[in-house]
Design a protein around this ligand. Sequence first.
Ligand code: ADP
Ligand code: MG
Length: 478
Amino acid sequence: MSNRQRSNFSDSSLSGRVIGWREHVALPQLNIPKIKAKIDTGARSSALHAFNIRELSLGGKQIMRFQVYPQEENSCNAIAAKAELQEYREIRNSGGVAQLRPIITTNIQLGSEIWAIELSLTDREAMGFRMFLGREDIRNKFLVDQVVRFFKARVNHENGADSPFRTFRTSYSQELPMKIAILSQSANLYSTRRLREAGQEQGHDMRVIDYLRCYMNITSKKPTIVYKGKPLENFDAIIPRVGASKTFYGTAVVRQFEVMDVFSPNASQAISRSRDKLRSMQILAREGVGLPVTGFAHATQDIDGLIETVGGAPLVIKLLEGTQGIGVVLAETYQAAKSVIEAFRGLDANILVQEFIKEAGGADLRCFVVGGQVIAAMKRQGAEGEFRSNLHRGGNAQAIKLSAEETDTAIRAAKAMGLKVAGVDLLRSNHGPVVMEVNSSPGLEGIEKATDVDVAGKIIEFIAANAAELDHSISIRY
Ligand code: ADP
Ligand code: MG
């Protein structure tokens, strides 16, 4: 037997009670099917490294809400958990530094043994182990072999289909209140108001944060956002409602929340992308989403060539960063097209030139996509004699049933843009549905009134079901 493998406990009658100095354990009440624990006989009590630790008052009890990365080598799947707070206690770490930590009680399973332990929660950067099992919690239960690791690993947590731990995995958030920030310039806007109401109805703690009044320390190792003189802490999710003209600062705030591991249905990058019509169209074209034939120019000398690209007049000319129909011009004749392009050229503006989808008849379809599904759709009809259907331009809206192809186009467009909440605008062209634009902060008023769908509620439900599993692939890391 090599030195490394030699065990202090060779007596087989004891071996059932012997554990290694590190073991896989389960914390079923915390939804943690498997976590590697260091059996730390040098410490009196047990500790769990968690983050986003937050105390809530719920039904007269104090509840701790927190998230855990059960695998130290993989920080992709955070598990969210809650437990009743027992008390705050001063705990000394291995370096002797005292820290006031919340204490919870929870069941632990090691091998076939299940018992209750006390855990202190700490959010100090976990060095290696995410969990420490102290001597008080193994006394009279196990003997620790200081040489061998994973004594119980083989018999432990296979996590097969019949494993008791499977059943503990639930989407925590459906039962747990979350703290959600709506990033919006005003609490009085219809969309903001509805999101706040819907969140409160579902039991969440909703805050409206004017992102323009946030400031950030972007270089700190511990990223923070300060609002009204106080750091914004312990948010589970944000709902960005970034105004088109405030994209630059708004997405910077969203990005800072991302760095702080706060869930956002729409990532900062996806919002920025969606704000640039040209970039959006390039992304959609690459993904094979139907689009009107479109040309792009800045100050082309070859206006004829540009007009020919889209098949001649009539055609639509758009300023690259317009919204609400402003900056969208229909040129009915070749001459009109030429003069408008020349005028925009004189203004040093970037423009898109697009085939005119006449058969759309001044109407477009707004498809509201949440989490990869169209949850509501309406048809907007421009005012008499108006080819632009924007409600801001006096159009009217009514609920509509989309065709399978239209639904599919809307879903693919939102997905291509990386948006989990999106308003996809389609035109019904004689070559199938074509995407006009994909909006990352679609308004709720028009769609809720036209369709009677609780759009705000659906957005909140989506966030609640998804915030637990932070998707780091979409967030920007240092
Ligand atoms: P905005 O971002 O300002 O809303 P859009 O590109 O959505 O600009 O255009 C505004 C409206 O103009 C659309 O909702 C649609 O009704 C109409 N429109 C835009 N492009 C075309 C086109 N190529 N053919 C027909 N109608 C169009
Ligand atoms: Mg539009």
